[in-house]
Design a protein around this ligand. Structure first.
Ligand code: SAH
Length: 266
């Protein structure tokens, strides 16, 4: 926990909602929702989770889909500070884990500057949810000793540009968030820096949701895989471990659920 909860009536919990299924939030996250006085919610979060909040709880939707920002980051920061300053118990609900491409760093900074105490409650991030969906191990003693979470969407203002040469040489499992639209570019960068064109990859969309879809191929198939994708959000996994994916075991289990479709490209 950061700050002095005793001397400040308001408090903010930055809570990871998980990848989509409403039962993939942590028990702690759920309990906090049940006691919340205000919830500030992203659009990757299943709105069904808000049914756990008390009827009187204020609900603020601040979703930020690619290209259409409904609230700027500074407006969200100001909202969190305002609600906590008014003495409310605020849950800031974010898709996946708040500390993985979740802009939690900016929100924590704003809260610290305003002297508001806060705590972070982790969530199931898209990479682990997608790996579970595809039945692929992110690490394997013989194939991959590291996992890298990479953004496929480098905004112009970013100072942390992707080091493609390092990524191509790592012999790690690469998980690209926000990367599906740029998949051909990602594949071209990796092969240009020495990664084999037959390196397997998987695109897993809407992991842990009823419309979950898994496409597999190699870096050579990047165009086809990017064009063939139906659902969003989606995660791209590149690495030898994709060969170990247990699609055969996963498919029957998925079929039993509500209308998932699994396509395997070879
Ligand atoms: N904080 C989130 C990531 C937010 S960035 C987390 O920890 O998961 C948004 C990106 O996450 C999307 O563009 C997509 O790449 C990925 N993502 C989020 N939910 C997903 C899901 N259910 N299935 C596949 N990818 C998902």
């Amino acid at each position: 926990m950061y700050g002095d909860a005793q001397s400040f009536p308001g408090f903010v919990w930055l809570v990871g909602a998980g990848p989509g299924a409403t039962d993939l939030i942590t028990v702690r996250g759920l309990r906090l929702l049940q006691a919340a006085e205000a919830v500030v919610c992203d659009d990757l979060v299943d709105p069904g989770l808000l049914q756990n909040c008390p009827a009187a709880c204020e609900r603020h939707f601040v979703g930020k889909r690619a290209g259409c920002h409904s609230a700027s980051q500074s407006q969200i920061n100001a909202l969190l500070v305002a609600r906590a300053s008014a003495g409310q118990k605020v849950v800031r609900l974010k898709g996946g884990d708040p500390l993985v491409f979740g802009r939690a760093g900016e929100e924590m900074q704003a809260l610290r500057e305003a002297g508001i105490p806060y705590e972070i409650v982790p969530g199931v991030t898209a990479a682990t949810a997608a790996a579970a969906a595809a039945g692929l191990p992110l690490t394997h003693r013989e194939h991959s000793s590291a996992v890298v979470f990479v953004t496929g969407h480098q905004c112009a203002a970013s100072t942390a540009a992707t080091d493609w040469s390092a990524l191509a040489r790592l012999r790690a499992t690469l998980c690209f968030y926000m990367g599906v639209r740029r998949l051909p570019e990602i594949a071209a960068n990796l092969t240009a820096h020495g990664m084999a064109a037959d390196m397997p990859l998987a695109v897993i969309s809407e992991a842990a949701r009823p419309a979950q879809q898994i496409l597999t191929g190699t870096l050579r198939d990047a165009e086809k895989l990017s064009a063939g994708l139906i659902g969003q959000p989606a995660l791209v996994v590149v690495g030898e471990v994709v060969r170990l994916a247990s699609f055969a075991a996963t498919v029957p289990a998925l079929r039993a659920r509500a209308n998932p479709s699994v396509h395997v490209l070879r």
